[in-house]
Design a binder for this molecule. Structure first.
Ligand SMILES: Cc1ncc(COP(=O)(O)O)c(C=O)c1O
Length: 357
């Protein structure tokens, strides 16, 4: 019997995802480059050129001192970028008993990185407002610390860690600093947060086009201040025309690369600025509406709102088709991605008010 063609989900009721509807030009570019392989740049030269453009674009957003020459590549996502940042720091650090110090708010990809790479992950407590606590980080580092991680747009609460302070702590013990701006990186350029290569001695940085960058999945980004960070990842590739490869994956689709370039061409800077401003307004409005209904709200710093709603309410929202998720301590979290419009949020409140009656 003929099965109906499966359709992907609509974004209408997706409130907790960090991905979004791709920009139409990015979708189209991704489809065109689907069957190319930037993992073999001497064969797939056009997409290899596009990847250099993607890295330049990402480096511009992250205020790299020389975007046109920045080291980096388009990863499969923030996870690969974070794993590779840990790997690069480990490979460049003297000594074998290496550790990585990260706030408890760091994404679980660092747990994967530590396990795969055999390094110790030291997680340290946050301050009262969910940011890395510099005193706790300073107490945790030692001469075996290869990397300190700061998060610029945390997954649960959208917080930006004090990156310059973390960089200074890292420098004192000869460690490197990685900034995870996987989610925040396309919003932060329009804020006054200190998070980028221009703000501190940042060694590597994760910034994902497939989140706020409005590129189709899979398109993450790893950037490095110096070539040495990527050189430390390179392995010999005897049967390819290019001599070495620094990526974690081998063959990878050019869709992510082409989609990222097309999205940035279409949206940087004005389109991203508009999206960031609209998301910030919506997040403030959402926080106000939730507080007006008596919920404890974690005020948004970037466009992500968390609020303590009862389990029964959360379940009823899920039953009504809302794709919402919870923080580790159980708060409802809403990520104001570009597809989360004010009218979607109004429809959400219509259901929430019906559930509360
Ligand atoms: C801050 C942060 N870093 C890394 C990641 C991992 O990204 P990906 O799921 O693209 O691997 C996420 C995912 O939400 C994230 O929020």
């Amino acid at each position: 019997m003929q099965q109906p063609e499966p359709e992907p989900q609509s974004f209408d009721r997706v409130l907790s995802s960090m991905c979004t509807e791709p920009h139409p030009a990015a979708r189209e570019a991704a489809e065109r480059f689907l069957a190319t392989n930037p993992g073999d740049p001497a064969t797939y030269e056009t997409v290899a050129d596009l990847e250099r453009r993607a890295v330049k674009g990402l480096a511009t957003l992250a205020a790299h001192p020389t975007p046109a020459e920045a080291a980096g590549y388009v990863t499969s996502g923030g996870t690969e970028a974070n794993v590779q940042a840990v790997r690069s720091a480990r490979n460049r650090h003297d000594g074998s008993d290496v550790n990585v110090v990260a706030p408890t708010s760091a994404h679980f990809s660092f747990t994967k990185a530590a396990e795969v790479l055999g390094v110790e992950l030291r997680t340290v407590p946050l301050d009262d407002d969910y940011r890395a606590d510099p005193d706790a980080v300073a107490a945790a580092v030692d001469e075996d610390t290869a990397l300190v991680v700061g998060v610029a747009g945390s997954t649960e609460y959208g917080r930006v860690d004090p990156i310059p302070e973390l960089a200074a702590i890292a420098e004192e013990v000869g460690a490197r600093l990685h900034v995870d701006a996987a989610w925040g990186g396309f919003v932060l350029p329009f804020t006054d947060h200190a998070w980028s290569f221009a703000d501190a001695a940042v060694d590597t940085l994760t910034i994902d086009p497939h989140k706020y960058g409005q590129a189709p999945v899979p398109a993450g980004g790893l950037l490095a201040r110096e070539d040495a960070a990527l050189d430390a990842l390179a392995v010999d590739t005897p049967y390819l025309e290019t001599r070495s490869q620094a990526t974690l994956t081998g063959t990878r689709s050019g869709a992510g690369v082409a989609g990222a370039v097309a999205a940035m061409d279409a949206l940087w800077p004005d389109g991203y600025r508009e999206a960031a401003e609209r998301a910030a307004d919506d997040a403030d409005w959402l926080a106000g509406e939730l507080a007006a209904r008596g919920y404890d709200v974690v005020e948004p710093e970037l466009p992500l709102v968390a609020a303590a709603v009862p389990d029964s309410t959360f379940s009823a929202l899920r039953d009504a088709g809302w794709k919402v998720s919870r923080t580790g301590t159980g708060e409802l979290r809403v990520v104001c991605m570009p597809h989360v419009t004010r009218s979607a949020l109004r429809a959400f409140f219509d259901d929430l008010d019906r559930i509360r009656r």
